[in-house]
Design a protein around this ligand. Sequence first.
Ligand code: HEM
Ligand SMILES: [Cu+2]
Length: 676
Amino acid sequence: MALTEARPLALPSGEEDTIERPGGVFARPTASRGWRSWVTTVDHKKIGIMYGATALAFLMIGGLEALLIRLQLWAPRGTLLSADLYNQVYTMHGTTMVFLVVMPIGACFANYLMPLQIGARDVAFPRINAFSYWCYLFGGVFLNTSWLLGGGADGGWFNYAPNNGVIFSPSHGIDFWNLGLIITGIASLTGAVNLIVTVLNMRAPGMTLMKMPVFTWMTLVTQFLLLFAIPVLTAAQVLLMMDRLFDANFFNVAKGANPLLWQHLFWVFGHPEVYLMILPAFGLVSEMLPVFSRKPIFGYPFIVFSGVAIGFMGFGVWAHHMFVSGIGPISVTTFSLTTMFIAVPTGVKILNWTATMWGGKLRFTSPLLFSIGLVTMFTIGGLSGVTHAIAPADSQQTDTYYIVAHFHYVLFGGAFFGFVGAFYFYWPKAFGYMLNETLGKTNFWMMLLGFNLTFAPMHILGLQGMSRRVYTYDAGYGFELWNKVATIGAFILATSVLLFVFNIIYSKVKAKSLPPVGADPWDARTIEWMTPSPTPEYNYDPIPTVTRVDDFWYRKYGETKDGKLVRIAATDDVVQQRSDGKGIHLPSPSYWPIVAALGLPLVAYGLIFSLWLCLIGGIITVAGIYGWALEPPDDPDAAHEDHGPGGHTSDDGTAVEETTEALPEAEAEKEAETVG
Ligand code: HEM
Ligand SMILES: [Cu+2]
């Protein structure tokens, strides 16, 4: 299928972006343009890919730390890590996995997919979007440079006061944790505003809120969670920074401070945090299950509003992390009840997913297997979660390996399984080739086995009384066997993650000898599958007009009176052909977002080592913001079509309207009515 030549938009190198392949000349996938196009990009797709690649890199670091923990606990009285180093390793493991891996993978899919799902050309503020990504990268690198500059944070990923103060933690590890997460917090907050404005303002004609794909809904809920949760953490971190670097006493018990303040602030952020990690994966599974069951999602409104309910209720359960912190029986009872309630909307989702598969024509592809992995493993994690809601039981379980098992079942078994499935599902859309399915299925079964061997025994260890965060244990408590099993499991799990990376490399090499996949390799349901693969820079030409949920599906299939599915159009007649994108307005690449972000880690190093650095960092960031403010949003030198204030001009200067698809007959009439 020969496609017309791509439109070389703003290529700093001016290089031709086409490539020879069996079957014709094809547009060079956006992903492979020169390094400057990555450093200056404001394209939501590229930024999504950068989030994903960076998160996978941090996963390697967090995974290595996890293996060190498991090696240390292989046998009683392990000597691989000292007590202090062990504290640093699990703190950095937890922090890395939560803030630098799982959250950013959510951002990867939100950035790449959501604008496509709503039929937009990009997000509302493309340069802010780039700035968010660079803040995430620089914040994460800054945090990890602590390993080279005195050692990592050692107070656990929730870093309780007063242990997080200079009296008990004199090294700078916690300052790196604190300031690094303030910088990544800026990434989350600016990202949240950007994506909320995009979902609410940039949907394709006809796409009302209740016609949005479920993933876009979960993205919207997640961004609101970020918007309200991150500032609470940042406020606590600023107080801690004042205590550690400027001798304030916000958490200094000797000066009358209440150490529970930190716990309340951390968990008012921390519990919504676990939902903003899982909801994107829930959304992705709600996209994959209908495609591979060949059935619409069961109970669309319920699955949408159960997500919204989880978002709201997630702010009302935080003190279940403090049942043994002395908050008193009234609070314990209240938060015990609210925690039980939140199991209801979660249960609704599990029911809807199961009902979607029920009676469906299941195709056991890798995306479906990983989706089933999420549904089953998350259910196990959810059930142990309910046992924590019962305060008396929790007083036995808290701070033991039973808890460690619980959150790995919901975070790894839940979020991670969903994300890996979604990588397999959306890889052809982003890169124009499929990941190998045989390796994909092996990947799934190996990950499922390794995962359960690692974390299932931890339930037993916890109920036997093994505490978390202990760098070693004595023989004779019955902990030996299950720790060995867990460590073997961890290495199988790590191998399965490496197999995923291997599959990426192997499939990319293989793809050279294969024609690129078409727009709709999975016979999918939502409009993002109407765009060519890999997705062109302009996304759509024209912007589709949406008439219902699963709009793309119902352009291909209809239903007879007795509900039988019939094909009404060939996929090739429905999907969009790659165009030259002429006349389409796109935001221009820019260096200023990276410059503005670059000053922030310098300011942070300055706060720890020398205030001069703060000055330099501050100047760079302010210069970046000025350059950005003075830069025209669409730079004529970037060889854009010059579009006047009223709209867009094509090469010959005549104004062109934004190309949207005409509404089908019936809809046009209805639209006319409503507009009328
Ligand atoms: C790759 C496989 C993984 C293994 C083998 C693993 C293993 C462990 C172990 C053994 C601990 C307990 C350390 C202790 O309390 O002494 C731990 C803690 C933790 N893990 Fe993982 N983990 C893995 C992946 C993940 C993932 C994907 C997440 C996702 C968010 C995660 C988040 C955490 C957190 C938050 C902690 C608590 C750290 C703390 O106590 O401060 N882990 N992990
Ligand atoms: Cu919680």
